[in-house]
Design a protein around this ligand. Structure first.
Ligand code: KIV
Ligand code: ZN
Length: 519
């Protein structure tokens, strides 16, 4: 395969990202993120793991139907049942791909208890099976970076001969380093017969903080597909961050002459949306998308920036979709100004959605002199849905130094109002106890996180809440100038989503004890 300088971007936010504990997204959220990925120019979207659950299967099928230009890929283990299910989901896409994998390192070979020859045979059979269904097949030797190099060459050759069109080399545990990452890909391309018939991909995890560097090094070694997620979402320390590799290639094209199709101006919006729906806030000093990535606080920096912005900036905020600092809105701003501002921020709302946001905006502007871009983002990205079973009607909390704190709450439960009072160790605890008294449930609180949207004592607080019940996880978010109100709404939001999951949930497909050839 001729090595062009174009690097394909394979986004796995909806599979490897969503797989990270607590990052589960709803069906609609997955569809929305997929549309945003497609729209920003991602080449391949790994939309999920179809055999994992009916929900995953439905999400992958629908994303396959709606994708306009991206290739839609589903993940499958190395058995026929997984692969068939994956094909059933992706086959609707204009450009479908089956991704099948098996762990090839000594530690991973021990799990299915296969020796090297047995594993090689299984790779041959499963890739052949996938290729008989679909022309576009990706194969991954999981934990490739801890697999013996000669064995890796052997199985990569088998996969290519069996019809794999992309060979992905995962650094599953974030163990490799840039020099090794480049060498490994270079060595595979140089030594595996038929390597030219496939595209080599790199898939890095960030356990040692080297995922971006390792991915770029792999490109230097000959890889032409980078697997990544928005905000670096993913298990443990996450995956390679899409925004980092894409902007590194764009800014340092002088020494890394590779291109991607990504419209980088769409980065900020999708980053914010993924942070909201996953409940994984972006750290302030995160490269490219962190709140401080383009902030210049110190006097020396500000002085330099005013004289020439390049003094302390290697890229323009507009390049990643950060609107230039325009004036905040206030309580006299009308619907047209709000719509214009939201368009500038990348939101194209239908009239009824705009009406809802306008009501919330007026309410906020009454309480807060200036409504900044970040305030608006928080308003637009509230997660409440019309058909939520639980709604907060009113909340009054009595606080004091001699506790316990007391929360008087009215909630609507399935259309009827219920009132209660509860005490707790602090205002938030009292509030959550009130919700529990009104709507008893066994869900555990896994995460409670508060952050200020803007500066000042009248700033809105964004609260994220993650809850777990019988292995099902849901995240809720809300923003309000009153931290306790935001907390109550986020908690209720998480509960609503958990209730939806409770209704929808069904066991995943169990392939244990099934021969890998059983369909
Ligand atoms: O990290 C990994 O090895 C994976 C594979 C399934 C590709 O995510
Ligand atoms: Zn991974």
């Amino acid at each position: 395969m001729t090595k062009s300088n174009e690097v394909l971007i394979f986004d796995t936010t909806l599979r490897d990202g969503e797989q990270s504990p607590g990052a589960t997204m709803t069906h609609d959220e997955k569809l929305e993120i997929a549309e945003m990925l497609d729209d920003m120019g991602v080449d391949i979207i790994e939309a999920g793991f179809p055999i994992a659950s009916e929900g995953d299967f439905q999400a992958v099928s629908e994303i396959a139907k709606l994708a306009k230009s991206a290739t839609i890929c589903g993940l499958s283990r190395a058995n026929y049942k997984d692969i068939d299910r994956c094909w059933e989901a992706v086959k609707h896409a204009k450009s479908p791909r089956i991704h099948t994998f098996i762990g090839t390192s000594p530690l991973h070979r021990a799990i299915p208890n296969l020796d090297m020859d047995e594993m090689a045979e299984r790779i041959h059979d499963t890739v052949t099976h996938a290729r008989n269904l679909c022309d576009n097949v990706q194969w991954s030797p999981m934990d490739a970076t801890r697999t013996e190099w000669d064995y890796l060459c052997r199985v990569v050759e088998i996969a290519i001969k069996a019809g794999a069109t992309t060979i992905n080399i995962p650094d599953t545990v974030g163990y490799t380093a840039p020099v090794e990452s480049a060498d490994l890909i270079r060595n595979l391309i140089a030594t595996v017969p038929g390597a030219d018939d496939a595209i080599f991909a790199t898939h890095c995890h960030n356990d040692l903080g080297m995922a971006t560097a390792n991915s770029l090094a792999a490109v230097e070694g000959g890889a032409r597909q980078i697997e990544c997620t928005i905000n670096g979402l993913g298990e443990r320390a996450g995956n390679t961050a899409l925004e980092e590799v894409v902007m590194a290639l764009k800014v340092r094209g002088d020494i890394m002459p590779y291109t991607t199709k990504i419209d980088t101006r769409k980065i900020m919006n999708i980053s914010r949306r993924v942070a909201t729906v996953s409940g994984f806030a972006v750290q302030f000093n995160k490269a490219i998308v962190g709140k401080n990535a383009f902030a210049h606080e110190s006097g020396i920096h500000q002085d330099g920036m005013l004289k020439n912005r390049e003094t302390f900036e290697v890229m323009k905020p507009e390049d990643v979709g950060l609107a230039g600092t325009s004036l905040p809105l206030g309580k006299h701003s009308g619907r047209a100004a709000l719509r214009a501002k939201l368009n500038e921020l990348g939101f194209d709302l239908a009239d009824n959605q705009l009406n809802d946001v306008f009501v919330r905006f007026k309410d906020l502007a009454d309480r807060k002199k200036e409504v900044f871009d970040d305030d608006l983002m928080a308003l637009v990205t509230q997660n409440d849905a019309e058909d939520d079973r639980l709604k907060l009607k009113s909340l009054r909390v009595i606080c004091g130094t001699d506790g316990p704190q007391k929360a008087d709450m009215v909630m609507e439960v399935d259309g009827s109002e219920v009132e209660t009072s509860a005490t707790g160790d602090g205002p938030v605890d009292a509030t959550f106890n009130a919700v529990k008294a009104i709507f008893p449930h066994g869900a555990g609180l896994q995460l409670y996180q508060v952050s200020a949207v803007t500066e000042g004592t009248d700033a809105q607080a964004t609260v994220s809440v993650r809850m777990e019940e019988d292995g099902r996880i849901a995240t809720g978010q809300s923003a309000d100038t009153d931290t306790v109100v935001a907390s109550a709404k986020a908690y209720i939001n998480a509960l609503n989503r958990l209730l939806v999951r409770r209704e929808q949930s069904e066991p995943g497909y169990d392939v244990k004890g099934v021969s890998y050839k059983d369909a």
